[in-house]
Design a protein around this ligand. Structure first.
Ligand code: DOR
Ligand code: ZN
Length: 348
């Protein structure tokens, strides 16, 4: 007899890693994150969101773009540069403007040119953040051209993350969008001040999805999806209930025109169907009961926030379909295709 549930109710989830962009793109994508109560908003705009004043202005633009009746709290991040002013960071956190700081190694990903090359130069900022308990969100990939792109996350752990954790052991760090068994093991073996976000798409695709039988630019993102053994390690971490792993969708919209260039942009836009996709992944693993920990409980716990009081219900039924793309004033944006049917819908 099939005893699997057909309905689950969860505390309303949060997205601990989201790209909302700005202007016309912001207006078009923001409503698609409506099921989330809060999101850590990435600062890699052009120009980047570096200062408290820029973060406050960006937060105002997000709130102004929010459709009437939709509740959503953007939790802002500051883009760390070698020139970042430690006092401004502390002030942004104390004033409730910025929740975290984002570290991009220079050149690692979209709009990361102003990121960090010499980690010594940001040491004082990191020390001040540790003093006030402000988390650092890390894009964990080295940019050394001699390191194979599939090895860049594992090498980052040894070359950058371990030294930073040694210098500033009290700094609370989120290793963003982990893609490897190496990162999962490192987080599991570290019992203090370290957590990791996992994206929806990295729980579903491996590198074959991008490259086998034709190139599929809409699956290209950074860090790039790895081989199947790594994807399985990510699923095991996500469904384990381990409090150090939580959802950060890294939903990263780019227009189709920009995805399909000879040198196309990195990013999967998964905001519209993320919860349906995750319910399938957790159900397939026989771990639906752990979905709430992953999407609604573990993230706030790490960030020192209360989980949301309101609830959402997911119901299983006939296949649910999502549009293949959304229209924006700057062109269509393709929605992440999990490659399997989705049966769980979020009730209104
Ligand atoms: O795939 C990605 N897209 N990875 C990132 O780190 C950045 C993001 C973006 O901003 O497009
Ligand atoms: Zn991202």
């Amino acid at each position: 007899m099939d005893r699997s549930p057909t309905q689950i109710t969860l505390r309303r989830p949060d997205d601990w890693h989201l790209h909302l962009r700005d202007g016309a793109m912001l207006a078009a994508v923001l409503p698609h994150s409506a099921h989330f109560a809060r999101a850590i908003v990435m600062p890699n705009l052009v120009p980047p969101v570096v200062t408290a004043a820029q973060a406050a202005a960006y937060r105002d633009r997000i709130l102004a773009a929010l459709p009437a009746g939709q509740s959503f709290t953007p939790l802002m991040t500051l883009y760390l540069t070698e020139e970042t002013d430690p006092d401004d960071v502390v002030q942004a956190h104390t004033d409730g403007i910025a929740t975290a700081v984002k570290l991009y190694p220079a050149g690692a990903t979209t709009n990361s040119a102003s990121g960090v090359r010499d980690f010594d130069k940001v040491r004082i900022v990191l020390e001040r953040m540790a003093d006030i308990g402000m988390p650092l969100c890390v894009h964990g990939e080295v940019t050394d051209p001699d390191i194979d792109i599939f090895d860049r996350e594992a090498v980052f752990i040894d070359r950058v993350l371990k030294p930073i954790r040694k210098w500033v052991p009290d700094l609370r760090i989120v290793m963003e969008h982990v893609t490897t068994q190496d990162a999962v093991d490192y987080v599991r073996d570290t019992h203090k001040n370290l957590a990791a976000t996992i994206t929806t798409h990295h729980l579903i695709i491996n590198r074959n999805h991008i490259l086998a039988g034709g190139i599929r630019p809409h699956y290209y993102c950074l860090p790039v999806a790895k081989r199947e053994t790594h994807r399985i390690a990510l699923v095991q971490a996500a469904v384990s209930g381990d409090k150090r792993f939580f959802l950060g969708t890294d939903s990263a919209p780019h227009t189709d025109a920009n995805k399909l260039l000879p040198c196309g942009c990195a990013g999967c836009f998964s905001a519209p169907n993320t919860l349906s996709c995750l319910a399938e992944v957790f159900e397939a693993a026989g771990k639906l009961k752990e979905l709430e920990a992953f999407v609604s409980l573990n993230g706030p716990r790490f960030y020192g926030l209360e989980p949301n009081e309101d609830k959402i219900t997911l119901t299983k039924g006939d296949a649910v379909s999502y549009p293949g793309h959304i229209d924006t004033d700057v062109g269509p944006v393709t929605v992440f295709d999990p490659g399997f049917a989705l049966h769980w819908r979020v009730d209104a």
